[in-house]
Design a protein around this ligand. Structure first.
Ligand code: M6R
Length: 611
């Protein structure tokens, strides 16, 4: 996790870096710092948010055209001033910012201590910079060579930037496993963990590959491998718009992103579905069509909300394409010696495309010969690049830590994929496919209607805001939605919540139900409607407080529930795209009412780039 930004060029570096750090704060926000090179190499850092750093800098001389900054999500060492980045080497001659984890830091630290090095923080990063310094001193070499040699010694993940007082007009960066993008401007370069700090200055970017070192010196960018072989930087043009990464009048990114869903779902279907023309295609699918059509099994790997989208996909693919699907937590998958064959297709789902566990699961599946199909939101991300084929979700940048529009875009793309595989395999009747295409095309306008329940959701949030627990129940396609609703509540309002298949309640959780327990039941009209009505009665008999998400016009459940929120009627296959909307809004408003930091919840970061 953590966000890194750096600048070298002709403008004042500090304002560019601070603005970039604010954009990257979603990646970590427990401390922040900058290093500026102007004859001296000055490091300023502070526990807290980027705004705390800005206050701290207000009376400092920050004049410089070369610098770097960091916003931290703590891995080694508690959040405090000394563990904040940048870190100096012992001589204060060089400094580093780092996103990632050095796994062998303790061995390296002992070695460096035996050579007389002292450590002023608890971080692995301070070990890294002293390793570089030690190599430079022992080999009497230039900084880029010392960095290159150090990369052979460290085990783990990193995106780093290093500055040296003795080699001004130069900035060195390297990456393995953590993202790093270089923006190429006119006689200036911008480095960052993603393109959001760069986009207002230039659309031309270079994605640094694993084990590459970028040396920017005297206005020139050179890239070489850890083995010292020069590579040619591949400059891509990004389509990202500045508007899409600003709040646009909303109080929080999360609320903006919830309300963006009619558009983001539409964008995720653009060019892929035109019902009137019977047009249903997915570029990334074509090359592997035969593999999909003949697949004996599909494995889905993902984490968190993306894993919930994977569960929806399991129902969709098994139902529409009749291929067995296994949905795996990426973190468990790689550590349990899974059986994977060359006939398997592994679908990796990730908003950020940088989740370390998902990336590692992909690598394992690749080694065993499986075909990897990546479904990512961030264009050019590591998972997208590590996949054999895939589809972008095109939801636009998601900044709020709690995933909302990325989930509905993932579910949309997975629905399209299930429909395409089903139609190619002949497992879905033409008339059913046609009506599903029409209904899916209409989903954005139904999401808009679901968003109209906003005021009703606020009223319910007012009642639930002081709860200490909540239970979310759903069946069939709404079971993953129950899990997602509970995750949203937990992560931003810190209320304990559990998602359960409604019928499982009587095997344990029913013991929790009393008049203080809010039970949010997703009970839309589908094939298990009658069953879930019975489950509601079971809760009611034990005095549970029922908040039900129902299909518009339902007359039965309103008579049993304390509150109902209506969503428009749709096909059972598409219902998660609607039923999740009130749950996103509910968690958002409860969190705001409890005074929580919605966009930057405690202990979390947007991309989990550590295992
Ligand atoms: O970027 P990814 O989709 O791979 O991230 C996976 C999870 O870390 C993510 O969904 C997380 O659970 C969110 N905070 C949920 O809102």
């Amino acid at each position: 996790m953590c966000g890194i930004v750096a600048y070298i060029g002709h403008r004042e570096a500090c304002p560019i870096i601070l603005k970039g750090l604010r954009r990257l704060e979603y990646r970590g926000y427990d401390s922040a710092g900058v290093a500026l090179l102007n004859g001296n190499l000055n490091v300023y850092k502070k526990k807290g948010k980027v705004s705390d750093l800005e206050n701290f800098l207000s009376d400092k001389d920050t004049h410089s055209t070369i610098g770097m900054g960091h916003t931290r999500w703590a891995t080694h060492g508690e959040p405090n001033d000394s563990n904040a980045h940048p870190h100096y080497s012992n001589s204060s001659r060089i400094a580093i910012i780092h996103n990632g984890i050095i796994e062998n830091y303790s061995t390296l630290k002992t070695l460096l201590q035996s050579k007389g090095y002292t450590f002023y923080s608890d971080t692995d990063t301070e070990v890294f910079i002293n390793l570089i310094e030690n190599i430079q001193d022992e080999n009497n070499c230039k900084l880029d060579e010392a960095v290159r040699l150090a990369l052979h010694e460290v085990v783990g993940a990193y995106a780093i930037v290093v500055l040296s007082k003795d080699e001004p007009n130069q900035l060195i960066a390297a990456r393995k496993g953590s993202p790093l993008v270089i923006g190429v401007g006119q006689d200036e370069y911008f480095l960052a963990s993603d393109a959001t700090p760069i986009i207002e200055y230039t659309n031309n970017v270079v994605y640094v590959n694993d084990y590459e070192i970028a040396i920017i010196k005297d206005g020139e960018l050179n890239i070489k491998t850890r083995e010292d072989i020069p590579t040619t930087p591949y400059v891509q043009t990004l389509a990202l718009e500045l508007d899409s990464i600003e709040k646009g009048g909303y109080d929080h990114f999360m609320l903006k992103e919830i309300f963006e869903q009619p558009r983001s779902i539409h964008d995720s279907m653009r060019g892929r579905l035109i019902a009137a023309q019977n047009h249903l295609i997915m570029g990334g699918f074509r090359e592997f069509e035969n593999k999909f059509v003949n697949a004996k099994r599909i494995i889905i790997v993902a984490c968190g909300t993306s894993w919930h989208a994977g569960l929806v996909a399991e129902y969709l693919i098994e139902d529409l394409a009749r291929i067995p699907v296994e949905v795996e937590y990426a973190s468990e998958f790689r550590y349990r010696n899974p059986i994977i064959t060359e006939d398997d297709i592994v679908i990796a789902i990730s908003q950020s495309g940088e989740t370390a566990d998902t990336l590692a699961a992909i690598e394992l599946a690749k080694q065993k010969g499986a075909t990897i199909f990546g479904i990512c939101n961030v264009v050019g991300s590591s998972i997208a690049r590590a996949s054999h084929a895939g589809a972008y979700t095109h939801a636009g940048p998601e900044i709020g830590v709690a995933s909302t529009k990325a989930f509905t875009a993932q579910v949309t793309v997975l629905t399209l994929l299930a429909m395409i595989i089903g139609s190619k395999r002949g497992t879905i009747e033409t008339s059913k496919l046609r009506s599903l295409m029409i209904e899916l095309e209409n989903i954005p306008s139904k999401v808009e209607q679901a968003l109209e329940m906003h005021d009703k959701v606020i009223e319910i949030a007012e009642e639930l805001k002081d709860a200490t627990n909540a239970l979310y129940l759903g069946r069939g396609y709404n079971f993953p939605v129950a899990l997602e609703g509970a995750l949203k509540l937990k992560e931003i309002s810190y209320i304990h919540a559990e998602g359960y298949p409604a019928a499982e309640m009587k095997h344990g959780p029913i013991a929790l139900i009393d008049e203080n327990m809010p039970v949010i039941v997703i009970a839309t009209k589908d094939s298990s409607y009658e069953k879930i009505v019975s489950n509601i009665q079971e809760v009611k008999a034990r005095k549970g407080r029922i908040i039900a998400i129902v299909t518009e016009g339902d007359k039965v459940i309103p008579a049993m529930a304390e509150h109902v929120i209506e969503v428009p009627a749709t096909s059972e296959y598409l219902v998660p795209l609607l039923s999740v909307i009130p749950l996103q809004l509910l968690s958002y408003h409860i969190a705001v009412m409890r005074g929580c930091n919605v966009d930057q919840p405690r202990n979390l970061a947007k991309s989990v780039t550590v295992e």
